[in-house]
Write a protein that binds this ligand. Sequence first.
Ligand code: SAM
Length: 286
Amino acid sequence: MHTSGTLYVVATPIGNLGDITQRAIEVLKSVDLVAAEDTRHSGQLLARLGIPARFVALHEHNEQQVAQRLVADMQAGKRIALICDAGTPAISDPGTLLVAAAHAAGIAVVPLPGANAAVSALSAAGVNAPHWLFYGFLPNKAVARSKALAALVHLPYALVFYEAPHRIVECVAALAASLGGTRRITLARELTKLFESIHSLPLAEAVAWLEADLNRQKGEFVLIVEGAPEVVVDEDDARLRDTLAVLLEELPLKQAAHLAARLTGLKKNVAYELALQMRDADAEKT
Ligand code: SAM
């Protein structure tokens, strides 16, 4: 009779080799097979760590079939480690299908925590947000991206995105257009690497900041945008609402929000946020 194997979900560094954990090294050395997104890339990583390994490729195009094979291997007693190119598997990376298939087959799934770009960025961004939402990659196409952002615009949680260098300017411009220029964004770039940088500024200024120096557009990014400001309540809310209701009939949204803030003495971002909500509510009615 065979004893059932185990699936280890192993985080690897996001740049700095020193971030591999002791436990990850021990497990990667001892397993029968390492399932990796890009076996050449991971082969180099493990070679640098002095870990000999037998690889199987598991990526978004073959995960379903390979998962079935690996589950059969584990049912026959094999111990398998799942890794991705960088960071934690199954977080904006392949792995979910294999993990789910292992659970369904009653195989033990053991996480080995370690590097993750989103959590690293949040830990060093100084964003005062008790709650945050990990979004990962926004859609590439403009219309789909705006639609995705429209669903996030009112959430009072810090929003965490991943983005690649060739789309960074376009993505930040879209964030400013959809979420408003007053919220702050943190651009965390090349974390744990030589050119690591973490910079925060209002969304309205972010594209110009990126364009002022091409080096600022290079590398891998985590973007953190402050959550929607708390909407005012009671008397202030009613006063702002009444003022906006009149101004929005005559003026573009930004101008109406700006004037309403001046007239009521309330914050500009609060007026802007409420104006967005009122416009959306109106759009839903029509
Ligand atoms: N599974 C990974 C994790 O745990 O963070 C994420 C993989 S996802 C395919 C790759 C994206 O993560 C990059 O496009 C970038 O947005 C972000 N990322 C990865 N490494 C990073 C780093 N060193 N600095 C900043 N962002 C990084």
